[in-house]
Write a protein that binds this ligand. Structure first.
Ligand code: PLP
Length: 373
């Protein structure tokens, strides 16, 4: 087996058409001839190429590409049925919270939001039975780290399906299936595509029965990724390893700088040895990613930061080439009630920085200019 950097570049070695180095975009809704492909909602050669490569990178045998990360969440929740109980990380992307509380709870599925960074806490909940455990790691935006191997063992013991949202680290830095997870989820809008030019999602699993259900769910919901967007994600994958290294290098520089500034109260980045999840991170991941969250001392400073800087742009999303600053309380996490947000640290003084690929000196200079009065 080749190294990750090589696999990201060469994929599985088969673009499926004329030995093309860059896979062609099969921009067609339908196929004649009654052969492997019939209709693009069901399958498409460009999407299939992406799915093979995602499976390869995430060490699973089956992958599904969706029209967004939230579509992937919708699909994995569609494995559930009325009466099922789901345990889900209390800190997570607001859209996933909305999917659970506004949509799937209507169908008699119950969701309990719990701290998944503590295996003992999770076990206490698992003892009374749960169909699914869903966690991000690190979580968005508080960067809590879940001990994935321990949680996977507990899930096996209690026959609970274990789903991990690996958006923040990507397979470059973390392979949840190797740690015992059943399904890995991605917002491919972020690092996998990496260029702020597409919205996409993915699920990867090694479980044949789950894969068969997901195949039916995807073709029935009609939420599979388009050929062109599949191609954009494929193009992003080629540079994923080098981008992740640079995102991480810049994130360290930003986190270290933020720690020194008087206007900053606290910084959360799993790469800092003082981070609560540092030891677990080191034991299960090969990197810490490019997202840094921080709390400033007063709301006035937070408001100044959200005007953005010369380089750092105030915009939702993360994982692309450009540094973006986000105000979770009014943006990504606005669907979560204020009191819940505040109880886990998402206050009106919290900002999330997705550190881009610019020069680290310029990023730090921009942060300084934004933070200084
Ligand atoms: C961790 C995480 N998972 C899932 C999603 C949803 O992805 P998308 O915006 O591609 O629907 C997001 C979006 O920000 C996210 O941050």
């Amino acid at each position: 087996m080749y190294e990750f950097d090589t696999l990201a570049v060469i994929g599985d070695g088969s673009s499926g058409y004329e030995d093309a180095v860059s896979p062609p975009i099969f921009q067609t809704s339908t196929f004649g001839g009654g052969r492997e492909y019939s209709y693009t909602r069901l399958s498409n050669p460009t999407r299939a190429c992406l799915e093979r490569e995602l499976a390869l990178l995430e060490h699973g045998r089956h992958a599904f590409a969706f029209s967004s990360g939230l579509s992937a969440v919708n699909s994995v929740f569609s494995l559930l049925k009325s009466g099922d109980r789901v345990l889900i990380s209390d800190d997570l992307y607001g859209g996933t919270y909305r999917m659970a509380t506004r949509l799937f709870s209507r169908y008699g599925i119950s969701f309990e939001f719990i701290d998944t960074s503590d295996a003992q806490n999770v076990e206490n909940y698992l003892k009374t039975g749960a169909k699914m455990l869903f966690t991000e790691s690190p979580t968005n935006p508080m960067m809590k780290v879940a001990p994935l191997e321990a949680l996977a063992r507990l899930c096996k013991r209690h026959s609970t399906l274990f789903v991990v949202d690996n958006t923040f680290l990507t397979p470059c830095f973390q392979n949840p299936l190797d740690l015992g997870a059943d399904v890995v989820l991605h917002s491919a809008t972020k690092y996998l595509s990496g260029h702020h030019d597409t919205v996409a999602g993915a699920l990867v699993t090694d479980n044949d029965a789950v894969a068969e259900e997901l195949r039916v769910i995807s073709m029935t919901l009609g939420n599979a990724l388009s050929p062109f967007d599949s191609w954009l994600v494929l193009r992003g994958l080629r540079t994923l390893p080098m981008r992740m290294e640079k995102h991480q290098k810049n994130a360290f520089a930003a986190a270290e700088y933020l720690k020194t500034h008087d206007a900053v109260e606290s910084v959360v980045y799993p790469g800092l040895p003082e981070h609560r999840g540092y030891a677990v991170s080191v034991s299960q991941s090969r990197g810490f990613g490019g997202v840094v969250s921080f709390t400033v001392r007063d709301v006035k400073t937070a408001k100044r930061l959200i005007n953005g800087g010369k380089i750092i742009k105030f915009a939702e999303s993360l994982g692309g080439f450009r540094s973006l600053i986000t105000y979770p309380i009014t943006q990504t996490h606005s669907s979560i009630p204020r009191e819940i947000c505040e109880s886990i640290g998402i206050t009106d003084r919290l900002l999330r920085l997705s550190v881009g690929l610019e020069s680290e000196c310029d990023i730090v200079k921009d942060l300084k200019a934004m933070l200084d009065e």
